[in-house]
Design a protein around this ligand. Structure first.
Ligand code: SF4
Ligand code: SF4
Length: 488
């Protein structure tokens, strides 16, 4: 096995012990669930139910739209109360369409029809069923898994990598999942291997999770799946770093891993795939880590999708002090929430309530050119130079320096002794550049449409002129023939 120390990275305090000893518990149903139509990257799902409808657990309530999307299923049985907007778990706080569901308390599954032998299905059929189960990247990326698997079918995948890194501080949901449900994860991994016809499977797990490594190695015995400890170093869980660590292959800038014959999926995604194909269950709940210094009882819970974060936190734990910051996901790459009035979605790996002591309140100072950010960047970028260009409005130059390759891991911001919010600057600049690109594209489209219209008008004028000329010629010929007739 080729193993190589990856570039950059930092070692933030893990805070894992707050929750990693807590076995997964089932969170009870709330009185109302707010099931979002936008729980994935891509187009929102389109509702197929109406207010007043009764639904069973696992029933399709919204279908996927377009090429990149994922369907949504009822997290329990009950009545659809409304289809209305609700605050999204997103920094913008903008609303999204949600189906409000009143559970009937029976938690009654609809018909579950798993195939008798999922491994006997064709790779295409496995992808279709994973897509129909609404499975998305559960590590937080929320890219529809079937779309990713399908893209790989054309790319001659050699290696399937399963990401069990969970390098974000505080989070331990994947750790617990691997310790408690390794057999089903391995079944899901083998299905994914079958779906992309990969020759080998490598599971990377950070070496600060010895129990998860041991459980997964035991479950993988005889399957051909290799479970490999990787160093605990943030952001080891990011795709390019894990690939480099496990294979030695460095994915070039602006290139997809699939182009190098590699595809990466998260352990929880593999677990969801196994539940879908072996049990016929679509994705209706997920494991969420509840943690942070302000939380009285940190732990890991299997939570129905659509549960309000406020209800989850209050019922599962409560606060021992007023939180200074609320985060959905991990503290490095998660989303800072204005409040907890947002539902748990497919990408919710954690809900954190951090104290004043746990967050950095230092005001940003001037850059002291220490170079820490450069050494920590896993993508080999020059964060200080990119930031200087962004601050002086030179976004294009920042992009030329590799801004488009920044994975927003937050390692540079974390290590900066001057507390410069580098990652925020990069996210802002990427947003601006995307807007500019959109505006340019719109102008280009308008120009093309105007040129087409001009050409069409020109052609119509020519056709009209030709018609008139033909008519004039016909009239002249008729007149001449008439004259000849009269003279004869
Ligand atoms: S880590 Fe901060 S202070 Fe040091 S070079 Fe980078 S931006 Fe400047
Ligand atoms: S946030 Fe971007 S620039 Fe900063 S360390 Fe991560 S990849 Fe590098």
């Amino acid at each position: 096995m080729f193993r190589k120390t990856v570039r950059g990275g930092v070692h933030p305090c893990g805070h894992k012990s707050l929750s990693n000893d807590s076995p997964i518990r089932y969170f009870p149903l709330s009185d109302t669930l707010y099931v979002s139509m936008q729980q994935h990257i891509g187009a929102p799902a389109s509702p197929v139910v109406r207010p007043g409808d009764h639904v069973l657990k696992g029933q399709l309530i919204a279908s996927s739209q377009g090429n990149i999307s994922a369907p949504v299923h009822a997290p329990t049985s009950g009545r659809i109360l409304a289809l209305a907007e609700h605050t999204a778990p997103h920094p913008s706080g903008l609303p999204v369409l949600v189906a409000t569901l009143e559970p009937d308390g029976l938690d009654e599954w609809g018909a579950l029809n798993p195939p008798s032998d999922p491994m006997a299905l064709s790779p295409e059929e496995v992808c279709i069923r994973i897509g129909a189960a609404g499975i998305v990247g559960m590590g937080g990326a929320t890219f529809p898994s079937a779309v990713k698997l399908n893209l790989s079918l054309n790319s001659q995948i050699q290696t399937l990598i399963i990401n069990g890194g969970e390098c974000e501080p505080y989070l331990s949901c994947d750790d617990r999942l691997m310790r408690e449900r390794a057999t089903l994860i391995i079944q899901g991994i083998l299905l994914m291997q079958h779906a992309v016809q990969a020759r080998e499977v490598l599971v990377g797990i950070e070496d600060n999770k010895p129990d998860a490594i041991s459980a997964m190695q035991q479950a993988a015995q005889g399957s051909g799946v290799q479970v490999i400890p990787v160093p605990s170093q943030y952001p080891m869980g990011s795709e390019k770093q894990l690939i480099q660590q496990l294979t030695g292959i460095e994915i070039p800038a602006m290139s997809r891993a699939a182009a190098s014959g590699i595809i990466v999926h998260n352990v929880a995604t593999a677990y969801a795939a196994a539940e879908a194909l072996y049990q016929g269950k679509p994705l209706v709940s997920r494991i969420v880590t509840l943690s942070g210094g302000a939380v009285t009882h940190p732990g890991n819970w299997q939570v129905p999708l659509g549960t309000l974060a406020s209800h989850f936190l209050n019922r599962a734990s409560g606060f021992n002090e007023k939180p200074a910051r609320l985060i959905m996901g991990g503290p490095m790459m998660g989303i800072q929430l204005p409040d907890l009035n947002v539902p748990v979605i497919k990408g919710t790996s954690g809900i954190l309530a951090l104290t004043e002591n746990e967050i950095n309140h230092t005001n940003p100072g001037p850059c002291v050119r220490c170079g820490n950010c450069v050494r920590s960047c896993p993508m080999g970028l020059l964060p200080l130079e990119m930031a200087a260009n962004i601050r002086s409005g030179e976004l294009k130059k920042a992009n030329e320096l590799g801004l488009h390759d920044c994975v927003a891991c937050g390692a540079c911001s974390y290590i900066c002794p001057s507390s410069i919010p580098l990652t925020h600057l990069f996210n802002y600049a990427k947003g601006e550049l995307a807007q500019q690109q959109k505006a340019r594209q719109k102008m280009e489209n308008t120009k093309v449409l105007a040129q087409r219209r001009e050409r069409r008008l020109e052609r119509q004028a020519k056709e009209k002129e030709a018609l008139m000329a033909a008519r004039r010629a016909a009239a002249a010929a008729k007149k001449a023939a008439q004259q000849q007739k009269e003279e004869a």
